[in-house]
Design a protein around this ligand. Structure first.
Ligand code: HEC
Length: 314
């Protein structure tokens, strides 16, 4: 002790007490800093844990709908009357929100409409015949109203496939928890209102609780059609996601169409969306068959010609 004190006293000539208090201050300051860091870390940890709990609780509240199988509509792409009915449905129920800018009003003549028909029935925006199909609502207003601007539907039939569109339109049901009062089995929490509710009537969806086995079976069956719902990706990733499995619609007040007539109207609408996505599809198929037929005939003629020119002795 004595030697220590002497040593301190001799060290740079500082008085022992001053030297000791400097060390003490330093030690105390270091301690306080360490304490502060520890406290901050503890708070951060607590925050992370609490946030995790909240997210966990919210995830537990939300039970996704198991993917439903796609239904293929009857092929009416060659049926003019059906395409015309589809065009009328589109103008009456879809054109208020959706544009189709790759199709012009005048092109609807290809479906057998006259200019007067187009102006009177199919052009709710009173555009000129050489203008593209407009939406009546401005995209910005629609975005404000629905949170997402209704996409242009010119190519949707090629992008998603006819079966997807047909199934999508058949899958709307009332859901008071949604801002628009409607939900969709194929696109859960969809932003689009159930604009055809007047045709199919009031209906709600009946689900079979949280069926874990159903979720896995559903993922196995339907992942091939590319449905991108969270339930599928979770199930495909191997985790067990609880899902509600759709059982049936509970019909309330009936709409203006019977279920069969409603499906038929949707087949018309889907055929029309297919025509918009590729107006020349039928022509392309016909031309393809003609070209292959011509090539076959030509091959035969060339072969006969070769035979007749070849010297007989070879
Ligand atoms: C009141 C406005 C409104 C009307 C009317 C409307 N839609 Fe929509 N539609 C939307 C909105 C908004 C979306 C985007 C939904 C989403 O992504 O959640 C949408 C999305 C779609 C999609 C999905 C497109 C994609 O690429 O994901 C299709 C198909 C569609 N609508 C078809 C139709 C058809 C057919 C009609 C007519 C029967 C129609 N819509 C009428 C607002 C509307």
């Amino acid at each position: 002790m004595e030697i220590d004190r002497l040593g301190v006293r001799e060290w740079e000539g500082l008085p022992a007490r001053a030297a000791r208090s400097t060390f003490a201050n330093l030690a105390a300051a270091t301690g306080r800093a360490a304490l502060r860091v520890l406290l901050t870390l503890a708070c951060a940890l607590l925050a992370v844990v609490l946030l995790g709990q909240v997210r966990h609780a919210r995830a537990a509240d939300f039970v996704p709908v198991a993917p439903i199988p796609l239904v293929t509509p009857p092929d009416r792409s060659a049926d003019r009357a059906s395409l015309q009915r589809g065009a009328r449905l589109f103008a009456g129920y879809c054109a208020s929100c959706h544009a189709a800018r790759l199709v012009r009003y005048g092109q609807l003549r290809e479906l057998g409409f006259s200019n007067a028909d187009i102006v009177a029935e199919l052009d709710p925006t009173a555009a000129k015949l050489d203008e593209p199909l407009h939406a009546a609502m401005r995209a910005e207003d629609a975005k404000q109203a629905f949170g997402i601007a209704p996409p242009d539907l010119s190519l949707v039939a090629r992008a998603k496939g006819r079966a997807w569109i047909y199934t999508y339109l058949r899958s709307f049901y009332s859901d008071p928890d949604r801002p628009m009062g409607a939900n969709n089995l194929l696109v859960p929490d969809v932003a689009m209102p159930d604009v055809l509710a007047g045709l199919h009537g009031e209906r709600t969806a009946v689900f079979a609780g949280q069926d874990v086995a159903g979720a896995q079976a559903g993922a196995g069956r339907h992942s091939a059609n590319g449905a991108a719902s969270g339930a599928v990706s979770a199930a495909v990733a191997g985790s067990v996601a609880p899902t509600r499995v759709f059982v049936r619609f509970a019909q309330g007040a009936p709409g203006s169409l019977s279920p069969a007539a409603y499906d038929s109207a949707l087949a018309d609408l889907t055929a029309y969306l297919g025509w918009m996505a590729e107006p020349a599809e039928r022509q392309r198929h016909r031309l393809g068959a003609m070209v292959v037929g011509f090539l076959l005939l030509f091959s035969f003629a060339a072969w006969r010609l070769l035979r007749s020119y070849r010297p007989a002795d070879r």
